[in-house]
Design a protein around this ligand. Structure first.
Ligand code: CA
Length: 258
């Protein structure tokens, strides 16, 4: 189904592609649609995105967002869940009918149910208000990198003292100056690790991990994940009780922090 193309309902700051003192851009700026009804927050987001040379567009309601996205498809969407007209989760569902662009949810809500609902509807990541602008921008870079077909796939990753060679499928623990010690992973541990490494810095929902690794019908078996993540951490993290790279997002999923 395609969405009816409405009038682009994007009042607010006009957004020329480059600023007056614009540094030369190496490619077209990524277009980021910010959907937020609180004027101060919308302005702060817009200014910060423009300062980093994103082609930022704004919308203050869910309907305005859908019209703006249909009129000029964004490369990424930053979406407040609490909007005055339709719920943010509904905006995600509508966007996902035709768009695969990454969506980062801004949630002022404390209930994990709302965030899970947003992730299940197709959001890629979430940031809880109040948030740090630096963190939001890092998440944005992460989802845009994932979405860029030109970016080379990762071939090597480091977790603590372990070097993971994704091409050779080997893990080597470096200790002291020696040659390193091989660490063996089970096939399930490999699939779990690879799925997380595929999304550096990003939240991967439990549902997505379970569906990708165990297949449809296993989306609720979060105990599988806890068990295998525990084993992975014991093999890879320097201090498995205080993981620094293979992180749990309680009630949501897991995140690989490079
Ligand atoms: Ca709001």
């Amino acid at each position: 189904m395609t969405m009816a193309r409405g009038r682009p309902g994007t009042p607010g700051p006009a957004a020329p592609l480059t600023g007056p003192a614009g540094r030369p851009q190496t490619g077209p700026a990524a277009r980021v649609l910010v959907v937020e009804d609180e004027p101060g927050m919308l302005r702060a987001l817009f200014i910060n995105l423009r300062a980093r040379r994103y082609d930022a567009a704004t919308a203050r309601t869910g309907r305005e967002a859908l019209a703006a996205a249909a009129s000029r498809p964004p490369d990424a969407v930053i979406l407040d869940l609490g909007l005055p007209d339709i719920d943010g989760t509904e905006v995600i569902v509508e966007l996902r009918r035709w768009s695969a662009s990454p969506i980062i949810v801004l949630s002022g809500r404390t209930s994990p149910g709302d965030k899970i609902g947003a992730l299940d509807a197709g959001a890629d990541d979430y940031v809880t208000k109040p948030f740090s602008m630096a963190e939001l921008l890092a998440r944005l870079r992460a989802v845009l990198r994932r979405d860029d077909p030109g970016s080379p796939g990762m071939t090597e990753a480091v977790v603590g003292h372990c070097v993971i060679d994704l091409t050779a499928h080997t893990v080597t623990r470096q200790a002291g100056g020696g040659a390193g010690q091989a660490v063996r992973l089970t096939p399930t541990e490999w699939r779990l690790l690879e799925t997380l490494l595929d999304h550096p810095g990003q939240l991967v929902s439990s549902r997505q991990l379970l569906a990708e690794i165990w297949g449809p019908g296993h989306e609720l078996r979060t105990n599988y994940l806890r068990f295998h993540m525990g084993k992975l951490r014991r093999k890879l993290e320097d201090d498995p009780a205080r993981p620094r790279h293979l992180l749990t997002e309680p009630g949501m999923g897991y995140r690989y922090r490079p």
